[in-house]
Design a protein around this ligand. Structure first.
Ligand code: OGA
Ligand code: MN
Length: 298
């Protein structure tokens, strides 16, 4: 028997009564999928699962992606992206050290952006009995619904460009600033021209319709959106910054406090998310991510 408990005002649910290290029957899977799409973010606690379990379970939602950042994939399991601040014995980062620095949805810069991502927490930083490294999620559907009618009319039909190159440039700049002010050292991963070519900029609707729930949501984010198509730059920047501020109003946000053994999934067509970097080595954080491919936004 599975139990679904809503946590946040507009999003976030705890699903209990499921052991993901065991086969999940079709009826249970259907209940999980429904809870997931209804709540936009859903998590299971105290799971003891291997990469094989995570891959097998999340694959039931669709095709798994292999991330363009090859160096951050788990050896033997290219569908798993390591998200971690941990270094190997040579001092090299074992995974992506600063995933989620800005509000974003995963792979939104792809023609077929991700539908679902799942993070499995192996190690979580704790200091003075407090868990660090929370992840926040904001419902872009609830944020859209709450917009004034004239804003809805104004943004209807607009397109925005999602760009991996834009993101890289922005992130490198932020890394430099962080280091200059005595912060963490992030190992910049150089992408080949070929890797970059595999993620060309995409022009996509600013308001998208969710492929399953049919709810409308705001499909713009500060990490990947370079500009609104056909709008003077200053006007585009102003509108984008208004929308970004609106989306992350507290009532649309659920912040997850991690426990080792959490498997948390979020709906990239409905929410944006952001990491909190309030920890550093020797406090370790280790997560495995699988990412399910979605369909082009419309
Ligand atoms: C991600 C991500 C945030 C975090 O894995 O896609 O954005 O808190 N992670 O690790
Ligand atoms: Mn992410």
């Amino acid at each position: 028997m599975i139990t679904v408990t809503r946590i946040g005002k507009h999003l976030g649910a705890h699903i209990s009564g499921v052991d993901l290290s065991r086969p999940v029957d079709d009826d249970t899977f259907a209940q999980i999928a429904k809870a997931f799409f209804d709540n936009e973010v859903a998590f299971f606690r105290n799971q003891k699962i291997t990469p094989e379990h995570q891959v097998a379970f999340t694959r039931r939602f669709g095709t798994l992606e292999q991330h363009v950042r090859k160096e951050s994939r788990l050896a033997e399991h290219p569908e798993i992206l390591i998200v971690s601040n941990v270094l190997d014995d040579k001092g090299n980062a074992i995974g992506s050290q600063d995933a989620g620095r800005f509000w974003h949805s995963d792979l939104s810069y792809k023609k077929e952006p991700s539908m679902l991502s799942a993070l499995y927490a192996l190690e979580v930083p704790i200091k003075d009995a407090r868990v660090l490294g929370d992840t926040s999620f904001a419902s872009t559907t609830a944020a859209y619904d709450a917009l004034p009618e004239d804003t809805k009319r104004r943004i209807s039909g607009l397109k925005n460009v999602h760009s991996y190159r834009f993101y890289r440039a922005k992130n490198v700049e932020a890394q430099k600033q962080e280091q200059a002010s005595g912060g963490r050292v992030i190992q910049e991963q150089v992408l080949s021209e070929e890797q970059l070519k595999s993620v060309p900029d995409v022009e996509t609707p600013l308001v998208r319709t969710h492929p399953v729930t049919k709810r409308k949501g705001l499909f713009v984010n500060e990490a990947h959106t370079s500009h609104i198509v056909g709008m003077p730059p200053s006007e585009s920047e102003k509108l984008l910054s208004e929308l970004y501020q609106h989306i992350i109003k507290p009532e649309f946000v659920y912040t997850h406090k991690w426990q080792p053994g959490d498997l948390l999934m979020w709906d990239n067509a409905a929410v944006q998310h952001k990491a909190t970097f309030d920890y550093d080595l020797p406090l370790r954080r280790l997560m495995y991510r699988t990412t399910v491919r979605g369909t082009a936004a419309y």
